[in-house]
Every structure is written in C-alpha cells, then in structure tokens.
Ligand binder design. Structure first.
Ligand code: CIZ
Length: 323
C-alpha cells in the first residue's frame, strides 16, 4: 500500500472555510465532534461537546451519531470506543498519545499484581484499554476518592498516577493504598513556588488545582478537582475576581468562556507555557477535516479488551462522582 505523505494531508483552505467543510461533512456522515477541555480554542469552539474524557464518551454513547470524532488523546478515543463499540470512533491526529497512559503496560501491571495478590487494582482512566481490561475497577479524577472508599477490600493498588494516588490515599486513610510510580509530566512539572509567584501578583485569587499536581501545589490550593469539577468550583466563588488554575492551560479557554466577568490565570505564571501538553495541542482544524473526509484514524480494539475494559468502567460508573 502506498503510504500517504504529509502533503496529501494539507489544504490551504482558510479557517472559516475549513470550519464550514467540517460542518458539512459532519451532517453528511452523521458525526459528533468531542473536544477535551485541554484542546486548542478553535477545536473546543467547533465541538458539539466539550468536557472530560469520560463525560464526553458517555455523552457520545447517548447520541444516535454513526461516527464519533474525538479531539483528545488516544486513551480518550479508546474510552469512547469501549462505551460505543458499534460506532466508528476517530482520533484525528495519530500522534496524540499520553505519557501517563504509556507509563504502564498490561505486562508491567501484571508483574506488579504478582507482588500484591490480595489487592484490588484501581486504574485511573488515563490508561490504555488493555490496562483497563486487566484492572478491577477504573476511576477518574472526579470520583477517585469515592471509588476507593466504595471497595470492600482494604488493600488497593492504585495506578498509574502517583500524585492522584497520594491525594486519594490521604483522604481514605483507612485503606492501604499502594501507588504506582507514573505521573503526567505537564502537571508534575508545576511547583508551589511558581504558583506562589503568580499569587504575589493576585493575592486575592482562588487557587484551583487538579489532583494530578504534586503535593506542594495541592496543599496551597483552595479547591482540588477534575476539569469538570473546576467549572463547578468557580460557581462557589461568585464574588471572587480572579482564579489561579493549576492544570493544562487549555482549561483556561473553557473557564473564560463560561465566566467572562472573572479572570483566570495559569498557575505557572508564564501564561501556561509550562502547563502545556504537546499531545493535547496536536489536533488542528486540518486534522479534523481530513479525519471526517477520509474516516481516519479509526480506533480498533479486540472484543475481549472492550469487554474487560467496559467491565472496569461500568463498575466505576456505578459509584457517584466526588464533584
Ligand atoms: O480524564 C480526563 O478528562 C482528564 C485528563 C482530566 C480531567 O480531570 O478532566
């Protein structure tokens, strides 16, 4: 088969025309476009739904769309496929991976489980479908505490994010939580000293941090929550003028759009230059256009993997969210 070249995937259509073409293709193919809160503004504005990875996958499963275009990273599109196995799910940019999800493989999870045969495996949704299938239950940043608390077993293996795992363990001290050594490099790079520097400029600001941040950051935050939780957290402070946001900088776009009268700053004090996930920023309008035009790149998963991963996700969905 002839490999397509990059040139074949380039069009000089201006942005407004690309958006019109995307809209036309979307109607023609009965597609729904999902954008994670960390995507670039143009993609968030174009999407039918914006949100966190699980919320988006659930929304898409409720639609009668034949095609789901997931503007996010690979594991997110996999979650959409797991919840909608009968629909075609497309990831517009094949390079959009996730360092955290890649930090654990089914083999490394299996090795780890051998050392802790009596523990229940709780896996953050930022993981591959194969790893989810090898786990007992999944969790998101919005329900991790409730999921761990809900378990009958007092012995838990938490994977793959060590920061989220530590945060959960602190809140559920009655359980023994053994934590895998993975992290999201975008969140893990942030230190409390950078947040403090931002706060020096805005001393009244409310600090909202994602639980994938390190302990020193979480300790100085007023609120610790998922990206969906951040939108709800802001509502709790109607009189606050400014907020310092410790998560990937794409979240600022959602917050500014929903709360135009309040001010939102990236916690790294450099307009989000460190809180920037290169994978989340790979998808552009051209990728979405070609994705719809040529139905690429379709997520393919073995039935067995879908079944195992779906079981772990459904067990989790039976537990109420924390936010
Ligand atoms: O799973 C997600 O959507 C991520 C990466 C974060 C969040 O809190 O929404």
């Amino acid at each position: 088969m002839t490999q397509p070249t990059t040139a074949q995937y380039y069009t000089d259509l201006p942005a407004a025309e690309l958006i019109a073409q995307i809209d036309r293709l979307k109607q023609e193919k009965n597609a729904v476009i999902l954008a994670h809160n960390y995507q670039i503004p143009e993609i968030q504005d174009l999407a039918d739904f914006t949100g966190d990875s699980l919320g988006l996958s659930v929304e898409a499963s409720k639609t009668d769309a034949d095609l789901i275009v997931f503007c996010g990273v690979h594991f997110m599109a996999e979650s959409a496929k797991i919840l909608s196995p009968g629909k075609m799910v497309l990831l517009p940019h094949l390079g959009a991976g996730c360092s955290l999800a890649d930090s654990i493989t089914p083999e490394s999870l299996d090795d780890w489980k051998q050392d802790y045969p009596d523990h229940t495996v709780v896996t953050y949704v930022n993981s591959t479908a194969e790893v989810k299938a090898e786990s007992d239950i999944c969790c998101t940043s919005a329900n991790a505490v409730s999921v761990v608390r809900s378990l009958d077993n007092d012995k838990v293996l938490f994977t793959p994010d060590r920061n989220l795992g530590r945060w959960v363990a602190e809140q559920v001290p009655e359980k023994e939580v053994v934590i895998y050594d993975g992290a999201c490099p975008t969140h893990d790079v942030l230190r409390a000293a950078s947040v403090e520097r931002t706060r020096d400029e805005f001393p009244e600001a409310v600090i909202i941090a994602h639980p994938e941040c390190r302990q020193d950051v979480v300790e100085i935050a007023h609120e610790v929550c998922s990206t969906t939780g951040m939108l709800k957290a802001v509502e709790k402070y109607p009189d606050a003028k400014s907020f310092i946001i410790a998560t990937e900088n794409g979240m600022l776009h959602q917050l500014k759009a929903r709360f135009p009268h309040q001010e939102f700053m990236a916690a790294d004090g450099c307009i989000g230059c460190r809180l920037h996930c290169p994978y989340m920023k790979m998808t552009g309008l051209q990728d979405v256009y070609f994705s719809l035009l040529e139905q690429r790149f379709a997520i393919e998963l073995d039935d067995e993997v879908i079944e195992g991963a779906r079981r772990s996700l459904e067990r989790m969905m039976a537990v109420p969210r924390d936010d």
